[in-house]
Ligand binder design. Structure first.
Ligand code: ZN
Length: 399
């Protein structure tokens, strides 16, 4: 018997142990609201199938008989998660409890001449990672890909992309290509949506009813869960938030509208403003060629006292704060996890964003902000790995 063959209630028991760790029969039956005899039968089935293990709970300090406890068994299978973003690519190898066994990183989409060049390198890096851990593709339960959107999770293809360095990222059959190269099942979803599912089930939002995950980098990506339901944005587009208007009649966005958040609070808007500033012959501590200036350079210069760089980051953070306030005001999440390059690299950006959001919220104090996901820079890759497991368990959230 394999995991996929379990009945609904057997799957539920397995999921409790997988998510929350070893527990006694009594603890598990109380959680599931089952009779001792029913619980006993389920545990017996799972033990016989080799899916869970029975051990003695050594932590109990009693002179009498120590209780048995149950935990999921290592099945010799692993999960692979891949995060394809504009700035970084990362891959993780995880066990069924989402512990990271190994990880690898490469530059993201903006550094490559074509989509296939990045995918080829990605797959080579992943194969190397598997080899150094002595794992074959047959031992992979599957590979999850958290893609910078928009992607169609049913077909595993990207949709028409905008603002990518090369056009070949549009309508790319990612799922089929990666599946053929790695020789295992592949699931593709929007990165921010995979991340919010992961944080809700395993991470920072585990005890909350509603969680938002917002990534601010070259674009703004968001995912939101309310009471077990993942609220997907229109047309599978995790970037919808970046096209909310924050400045009427403002700068023109590539989407055709004017004044979108993307033009004011992304890392791209910051470094483009500094490039233009330098192009105009105005003073800056950044000595690089204009076309080579990126967000980390602006952050570094701001730290060293560059007034204009500090001003640009500060203003972008503030505009991101207004965007957050609008989002939070409508959706009312308990927890907002803010992630991405802008957040991880700049204290000014993060603090301004949170201060502005807080002072513009309809009900101040009711929302908790977290800086970064629970797995730091690997959050999206681990989320992609978790997606493989949740798919196997038929989690309706990601259907
Ligand atoms: Zn726009």
């Amino acid at each position: 018997m394999e995991l996929k063959d379990l009945s609904g209630v057997e799957k539920q028991a397995y999921i409790h142990l997988q998510r929350d760790g070893a527990m006694t029969k009594k603890e598990l039956q109380d959680r599931m609201g089952l009779k001792p005899s029913t619980m006993g039968r389920i545990l017996e089935t799972l033990i016989k199938a080799g899916l869970i293990e029975e051990t003695i709970d050594q932590s109990v300090n009693s002179l009498g008989r120590k209780p048995f406890q149950y935990d999921i068994a290592h099945l010799g299978k692993y999960l692979l998660g891949i995060d394809i973003s504009r700035i970084v690519f990362s891959a993780v190898l995880c066990d069924f409890k989402m512990n990271v066994i190994d990880s690898a990183e490469l530059p993201g989409i903006i550094e490559y001449q074509s989509a296939m060049e990045l995918i080829d390198e990605t797959c080579m890096l992943v194969i190397e990672m598997l080899e150094r851990n002595g794992i074959t593709s047959a031992e992979l339960l599957g590979t999850g890909v958290a893609m910078v959107g928009p992607v169609n999770r049913h077909t595993g293809c990207t949709e028409r992309v905008e603002g990518f360095p090369t056009d070949d990222w549009s309508f790319l059959p990612l799922k089929d290509i990666i599946s053929e190269k790695l020789g295992c099942p592949v699931y593709v979803d929007n990165g921010a949506e995979a991340a919010v599912v992961y944080e809700y089930i395993y991470g920072l939002g585990k005890k909350s009813r509603s969680v938002a995950f917002i990534n601010s980098g070259m674009g703004i990506r968001s995912g939101f869960i309310s009471s077990n339901v993942l609220i997907r944005s229109i047309n599978n587009n995790e970037n919808a938030l970046e096209h909310t208007v924050v400045m009427p009649m403002g700068r023109r966005c590539f989407c055709g509208k004017y004044g979108c958040a993307r033009c004011y609070c992304t890392t791209k808007s910051v470094f483009e403003n500094i490039r233009n500033w330098k192009k105009g012959g105005r003073p800056t501590l950044i000595e690089k060629n204009i076309d080579e200036i990126y967000f980390p350079d602006v952050v570094e210069a701001a730290k060293n006292g560059d007034v204009q760089c500090r001003k640009e980051i500060s203003s972008a953070g503030e505009m991101f704060g207004y965007t957050l306030a609008n989002y939070i005001g409508i959706l009312n999440p308990e927890i907002v996890i803010i992630d991405g390059v802008a957040i991880s690299l700049s204290d000014i950006y993060y603090n301004n964003a949170v201060d502005t959001a807080r002072s513009n919220l309809p009900r101040d104090g009711s929302v908790v902000f977290h800086r970064g996901g629970s797995q730091k820079e690997l959050t999206m890759a681990v989320s992609a790995a978790a997606m493989v497991f949740e798919k196997l368990m038929n989690n309706p959230m990601i259907e």
